[in-house]
Design a protein around this ligand. Structure first.
Ligand code: B12
Length: 321
């Protein structure tokens, strides 16, 4: 059995002292620090995480395993930092207000450190303002928020709003068991990662493109306007179908009042000249400006339409000749 397998087995069993010794042994054997972290400590923690999901182990086992991991990290951390020389960047991480779960958040922190980030851990039960203050004070370009309760997830939206309102050019990444990519999109956060390993990759991406937040902010009003356009388009389609009838209807109204041949001819000429599509486009434009209901609610004057349809068409035919 290799020293990495030993680390994994002992970490899963929560043997903190043994894990610490084995990590030191692996370092002495010149096993690459990245391998000790990824193939030893993190691999073992993900086994524990998977067992959690299957209800094969419970809270105490996970806490003990996480403790063993942090003992191992005590040996590894300085070496990771030494190997990294300069931090890749700075990340503020914390668990949102009202939430005390920190095992996942701590794992993310460990992975970030392992990836070369300087991590400013603001702890658990953290208010949105504190995330922002810490980012401002440290110059971090990424904020990472963790939430494990469905009841505390909305705090992430508040954090996004507070960051946007602060004028800081900082990206917000989110995670935690109940969090999804869909929720990330919904609240306008900059990124979501399902586990600690991908959280570090995500932080690197966000770090490289810190303008994301500002761009999103600028794009926000346009995004809000989109549904209105959609409604207008939908209504406009209906209008395209009905518009020819409407033109005739208009003429019919006049005809109903003034049965003189002249009026019929004039109205019919208009109908004949204006191709339906053109009229439809014009109507569609109006619809796009006006609220959809006003257009669709117009009552059809069936009797007038019926009465006028025949003479108008006949006159139209004559006009074209
Ligand atoms: C351990 C635990 C606790 C411990 C927490 C100890 C601690 N120091 O964290 C204690 C006992 C304190 C606890 C308390 C409570 N808990 Co609890 N707890 C759990 C448990 C069993 C494990 C959570 C955990 O640590 N998972 C392991 C870690 C590694 O996974 P993770 O957090 O999801 O993190 C990973 C990813 O999500 C991601 N990630 C995490 N954070 C971030 C952040 C970023 C930025 C990114 C990118 C990624 C990322 O990376 C991590 C590593 O891969 C879960 C059940 C479960 N199976 O998940 C319930 C659970 C989360 N708890 C639950 C509940 C209800 C509670 C309590 C309300 C119970 C009570 N009635 O008092 C309290 C709430 C206290 C509070 N205000 O927070 C529910 C939540 C239900 C819900 N949908 O809201 C769960 C799901 C249990 C259940 N099935 O009912 N809990």
């Amino acid at each position: 059995m290799s020293v990495l397998d030993d680390i994994s087995t002992n970490l899963q069993a929560g043997q903190a002292q043994k894990v610490k010794e084995l990590v030191q042994q692996a370092v002495d054997q010149k096993v690459p620090v990245a391998d000790i972290l990824n193939k030893g400590l993190l691999a073992a923690m993900s086994v524990v995480g998977a067992k959690f999901k299957r209800n094969e182990v419970y809270v105490p086992e996970v806490l003990i395993a996480a403790r063993a991991m942090s003992w191992g990290m005590e040996v590894l951390q300085p070496l990771l930092e030494l190997a990294g020389v300069q931090p890749v960047g700075k990340v503020v991480i914390g668990t949102v207000k009202g939430d005390l779960h920190d095992i996942g958040k701590n794992l993310v922190g460990m992975m970030l450190r392992g990836a070369g980030f300087q991590v400013i851990d603001v702890g658990v039960d953290v208010a949105p303002e504190k995330f922002v203050e810490s980012a401002r004070a440290s110059g971090a370009k990424v904020i990472g928020c963790s939430a494990l309760l469905t009841t505390t997830m909305p705090q992430m939206k508040k954090i996004v709003e507070t960051v946007r309102g602060s004028g800081l050019n900082v990206s917000v990444m989110i995670g935690g068991a109940p969090v999804t990519q869909g929720y990330c999109d919904e609240i306008g956060a900059d990124g979501y990662a399902p586990d600690a390993a991908s959280a570090a990759d995500l932080a690197k991406q966000l770090q490289a493109v810190p303008v994301v937040a500002a761009v999103k902010k600028a794009a926000a009003p346009k995004a809000k306007a989109a549904p209105r356009k959609k409604v207008a388009k939908k209504v406009a389609k209906k209008v395209v179908k009905k518009v020819a009838k409407k033109a005739v209807k208009k003429a019919a109204k006049k005809v109903a009042k003034k049965p003189a041949k002249k009026v019929v001819k004039k109205a019919a000429k208009k109908v004949a000249k204006k191709p339906a599509k053109k009229a439809a486009k014009k109507a569609a434009k109006k619809v796009a400006r006006k609220p959809a209901k006003k257009v669709t609610k117009k009552p059809a004057r069936r009797v007038a339409r019926k009465a006028a349809r025949k003479p108008a068409r006949r006159a139209g035919r004559r006009g074209r000749r």
